[in-house]
Design a protein around this ligand. Structure first.
Ligand code: NDP
Length: 563
């Protein structure tokens, strides 16, 4: 995943921009801005000069004049004329998606109502509108789903040759690609993440996981040479709301490739892409019971995990719930993988390529509104470059576009839920109260929906809550270090150990640092890059077990002696 460079490089902070007096050389103006027509009489837009709505105008209220640049001579506006400009809205159409009024549970290949008959509302976090009502599963539904998965495992899937399982996985991958636009729009409406990210990251990566594990389904003897890999049986999988379809793919693809059947519980705030995936399973003619999708509350997730018919548990979510799950299944023979929270250090040395580092920092913490378990939420900067880097980062923050997630220009969308917004707000207030210095770029937030400004804290002490706790929002804490040893010490000074980033020109330093980082993934001169062939997982309170790569298969097989 990469965050796209802004159209105008070198833009200054908003407070510096209002009079348009600073100069941006013509050769720094690229892309959309170069094509931007002069503003209409109402201060912006392509409408007629009398202010009446022309065919390509947009409402006056949406115009925010954040960048006032001097017009290059090539625009023909007269040399040096100040031009306020803004991107035209570029909303993705929601017409590609049909959202029904009600959704059921997907059990044994059919859509069924919950045993209780209850439903819960599903809300679009960017507009607060209710999108639909979804059946609220409970323990009775869990029992039916686990039995269906067991039957499918015994009668069909568990004994199916790998090459046959592979065909289904390939089919699912292809269908995800064919329906990618539909999935992207639905995911954005349900999560609040920018359409640019669901379109370019979530959905392609979800399909890639099915392609990748389809390739392994008939090659398990090569993945585990000299061992006989057998499926575990029924997998209970509980996923969070930050990457709903992608987390589903991380879990279902390897489970099916290895011959297991699954019962998956999506998060209550984001059940829709999993329910659309149920439709893909039907389209792919997947045998009934191989994949079961049961939305419901956390208590239902607990009932699923504790069900005696479950052989394998895979959970992604908060450390607190993960610990409870580990306690709950202790003493059983269930196999457990946990992917929990994080507080990653993104470490920038004084020899780092700063332009790239700044993009990596932005991508590390503002991608997906910072609602990422491996987000680079602690920026460790070598003291000698700290002032310059923070200044440049502030400039860069001023160009981040917060707002309608369906707009293709949006960088930071809506926070997934009111509860999560409240958690972020509370932790940011704690940062201020504890003495850190807050910086937020001036930007207008939509009046409705759960939005939060990209936030940067300097003067952060290691003891501050914002430096210790997972915020899961667009909030970066900046700390400094002097020596590589100090960087390692500070980076590892956390109960978590999911990821880290290192920015330096020296390969030897990357290797030296990587050996010392207590983190499951260490990115070098990049951040938040994912690939189905690469394992992902944590140390310490970030969980155990790996997802992705061959290691991800290991979590779904029992290895026997072939003799
Ligand atoms: P949770 O850990 O509560 O939710 C993750 C998933 O677990 C959801 O499907 C949830 O269901 C389910 N769940 C909740 N309680 C139980 C239980 N007792 N047994 C089994 N499953 C359960 O995360 P939250 O949504 O409450 O987020 C809180 C914090 O957790 C965030 O602020 C963030 O710090 C962290 N988090 C980390 C994630 C990661 O990727 N590591 C992902 C999400 C959150 P339901 O949605 O119905 O509650």
């Amino acid at each position: 995943m990469t965050t796209r460079p802004r159209t105008v490089r070198g833009a200054r902070r908003p407070e510096d921009q209002v009079d348009g007096r600073h100069d941006v050389p013509a050769d720094e103006t690229t892309g959309a801005q170069a094509d931007m027509p002069p503003a209409g009489a109402d201060g912006g837009g392509i409408g007629p000069a009398d202010g009446s709505p022309g065919p390509l105008s947009w409402p006056k209220a949406t115009i925010v004049t954040r960048h006032a640049e001097r017009a290059p001579a090539t625009w023909g506006l007269g040399d040096g004329q100040a031009v306020p400009w803004e991107y035209a809205p570029a909303p993705e159409s929601r017409d590609v998606v049909t959202i029904r009024e009600r959704y059921g549970l997907f059990i044994n290949g059919r859509e069924v109502q919950a045993a209780s008959g209850e439903t819960f509302p599903d809300v679009n976090p960017a507009t607060e509108e209710i999108l639909t009502h979804v059946a609220r599963g409970g323990p009775q539904d869990v029992d039916i789903a686990v039995r269906a998965a067991r039957t499918a495992f015994r009668r069909r899937w568990g004994a199916l040759p790998g090459r046959e399982r592979a065909k289904y996985l390939f089919r699912i991958a292809r269908l995800l690609q064919e329906r990618s636009r539909e999935f992207a729009v639905l995911e954005t409406m349900d999560t609040g993440k920018p359409i640019r990210e669901s379109r370019d990251v979530d959905i392609p990566l979800a399909a890639a996981h099915f392609w990748y594990y389809a390739g392994w389904a008939d090659k398990l003897e090569y993945a585990f040479p000299g061992r006989l890999a057998r499926p575990l049986g029924v997998a209970a999988q509980v996923i969070p709301w930050n990457f709903p379809l992608l987390m589903l793919a991380w879990k279902i693809a390897p489970a099916l490739a290895a011959g297991n059947t699954v019962v998956l519980k999506p998060a209550s705030t984001t059940p829709l892409s999993a329910l659309l995936f149920a439709d893909v399973c039907r389209q792919a003619d997947l045998p009934p019971g191989v994949v079961n999708i049961v939305p419901g509350p956390g208590s239902m997730g607990e009932a699923l995990i504790r069900h005696p018919g479950v052989d394998k548990v895979a959970f992604t979510g908060s450390t607190e719930i993960g610990k409870g799950i580990a306690r709950g299944i202790a003493g059983t023979d269930k196999v457990l993988t946990l992917e929990l929270g994080g507080k990653a250090a993104n470490i920038v040395f004084d020899d780092a390529p700063l332009d790239q580092a700044i993009e990596g920092i932005v991508n590390g913490i503002y991608f997906n509104q910072g609602e990422v378990c491996c987000a680079g939420s602690r920026l460790l900067v070598q003291e000698s470059i700290a002032d310059e880097l923070v200044d440049r980062l502030k400039d860069r923050l001023a160009t981040i576009r917060v707002g309608d997630p369906m707009d293709k220009n949006t960088d930071v969308g809506a926070i997934n839920s009111k509860a999560q917004l409240e958690k972020i707000t509370e932790l940011v207030a704690a940062g201020v109260a504890e003495g850190a210095t807050l910086y937020q770029p001036a930007c207008d937030l939509p009046e409705r929906g759960f939005f939060f400004r990209p936030t940067l804290f300097t003067n952060v002490a290691q003891s501050h809550r914002i430096a210790r706790e997972e915020i899961f929002g667009p909030v970066l804490s900046v700390l400094t270090f002097r020596t590589p040893d100090e960087a390692v010490e500070k980076a590892n000074n956390t109960p978590y150990g999911l990821s880290a980033g290192i920015w330096t020109d020296k390969g030897s330093r990357i290797l030296w640092m990587t050996r010392r980082m207590r983190a499951g993934v260490v990115w070098a001169n990049t951040f938040n890059r994912f690939d189905p062939t690469s394992p992902f997982g944590g140390y310490k309170e970030s969980g155990y077990g790996r997802e992705g790569g061959m290691q991800g298969l290991h979590a779904y097989v029992r290895l026997d002696d072939p003799s």
